[in-house]
Design a protein around this ligand. Structure first.
Ligand code: NAG
Ligand code: NAG
Ligand code: NAG
Ligand code: NAG
Ligand code: NAG
Ligand code: NAG
Length: 363
């Protein structure tokens, strides 16, 4: 029993040490590492556990339940986000989502590239009958006429199918198999504002109405977030991602940010390799596979003399966890910066929208 505990502790410890790596590099300004490609078509049903080699979490925790991945704001400034480690270079993203209802809360699906091309679906928590669409090219946020508004019923209690279809000629937003918006390359400032570089997929929830944000943002989001009335939860049931390119990586060959400048590097995508891996073994399977000698050794180690060893190991684990937390905190600060940039776009956009349409808070 104790021996199993010992092995369990060791394995648990090892698996928490795994750190996430993020690149924070804009290829229109500097040389950046290539983006890992998806290079296939795959459906993820979010009813199990997170595959950490394919998806990374930032800014909080996602609850993996049999009903889907749940993104919750439980306390001030929570904003859990899931982002793919893979990138697609044109393709389809089909997401089945329930938005989070609540004033001040934004739910979103974002395709975003290293040079800040962006294609969005976004829900503002005070209106459960609407989803917004938007796009940005190379981070250009100087125009306020890009948002689209689409009717959808009971977006908070029913899963709907939000699909982005993206080629080098156009972006289409499909809602429950109906085409609700088309953006052509030439209509996005002759392509200059057209999203056209390899992008990863991000799901997230964000308290735009936090009291620390600008008044414009808070108003746009439908008022200040009342954290006592939470948690506010967005649910992602499944997502299908189809990369229209295939290969190992996508590389920027110059700083133009044009799709023609992207080189598709041949080879096997690490995500495809990961998807083809046999499922991970359970703890007891690992135990059963240990040679008898090792089991006995663990047994002895866990005996009286081994107690010190266990204490040491626990201490080591705690240290490693602390290190993991520090790494997470560092990631989070990067992400917060991204968020701040994103929220700048949003603030500007919202403020203009506010002037145009006004806003009505809903209780
Ligand atoms: C992509 O995968 C889905 C299932 O995950 C399948 O239904 C669909 O036909 C596939 N599409 C292509 C073009 O292979
Ligand atoms: C998750 O959903 C898939 C497809 O609907 C199903 O085959 C699988 O058994 C489910 N897994 C769990 C843990 O519920
Ligand atoms: C919510 O969205 C619907 C559908 O787009 C719209 O008709 C309605 O005016 C919106 N309500 C508010 C309070 O903005
Ligand atoms: C940004 O986009 C606006 C139109 O949406 C355009 O007028 C402006 O020139 C663009 N800026 C750059 C740097 O391309
Ligand atoms: C979701 O919508 C897309 C676009 O219309 C469609 O291709 C896909 O089959 C839909 N998925 C489901 C499960 O109905
Ligand atoms: C890709 O994987 C296949 C089989 O999985 C292998 O035969 C091939 O050598 C790999 N290609 C590269 C470039 O590694």
């Amino acid at each position: 029993m104790l021996a199993r505990f010992f092995v369990g502790l060791l394995l648990a410890c090892v698996s928490t040490v795994h750190a996430q790596t993020f690149t924070d590099c804009n290829p229109t300004k500097e040389d950046c590492p290539a983006d890992a490609a998806l290079g296939t078509n795959h459906t993820w049903v979010f009813n199990g556990t997170q595959d950490e080699n394919i998806w990374a979490t930032t800014n909080g925790k996602i609850d993996w339940t049999e009903n889907g991945a749940e993104f919750s704001i439980k306390k001030k400034l929570d904003s859990p986000t899931l982002q793919s480690k893979f990138f697609i270079f044109f393709g389809i993203v089909e997401s089945h989502v329930k938005m989070a209802k609540g004033g001040g809360i934004i739910s979103s699906i974002v395709l975003q590239s290293d040079d800040l091309d962006e294609i969005d679906w976004e829900w503002v928590g005070y209106n459960t009958s609407q989803v917004q669409s938007n796009y940005f090219g190379k981070g250009n946020d100087s125009s306020f006429d890009r948002g689209g508004y689409h009717d959808v019923s009971n977006a908070d209690t029913e899963f709907h199918n939000y699909t982005t279809y993206w080629t080098k000629e156009k972006v289409e937003w499909w809602l429950d198999q109906e085409l609700v918006r088309t953006l052509k390359y030439e209509d996005a400032l002759d392509g200059k504002n057209f999203p056209q570089t390899p992008s990863n997929v991000r799901f997230g929830i964000w308290p735009a109405g936090d009291s620390g944000n600008s008044l414009g943002t808070i108003e746009w989001a439908g008022g200040e977030v009342d954290y006592d009335k939470g948690p506010y939860t967005m649910v992602v049931d499944r997502v299908r991602v189809h990369d229209f390119s295939s290969g190992k990586e996508y590389k920027y060959t110059d700083n133009s940010g044009d799709w023609e400048s992207i080189e598709v590097v041949e080879g096997n995508s690490t995500t495809v390799t990961e998807l083809n891996k046999p499922p991970p073994k359970s703890l007891s399977e690992k135990w059963d596979e240990l040679p008898t000698g090792a089991k006995a050794g663990v047994g002895i180690g866990a005996g009286a003399a081994g107690a010190i060893g266990i204490a040491g190991l626990i201490l080591y684990c705690i240290k490693q966890r602390r290190k993991g937390r520090l790494e997470n905190a560092l990631d989070d600060s990067n992400w917060n910066q991204d968020r701040a940039e994103m929220s700048n776009f949003q603030t500007d956009w919202k403020q203009s929208e506010l002037r145009n349409k006004g806003y009505q808070p809903v209780s």
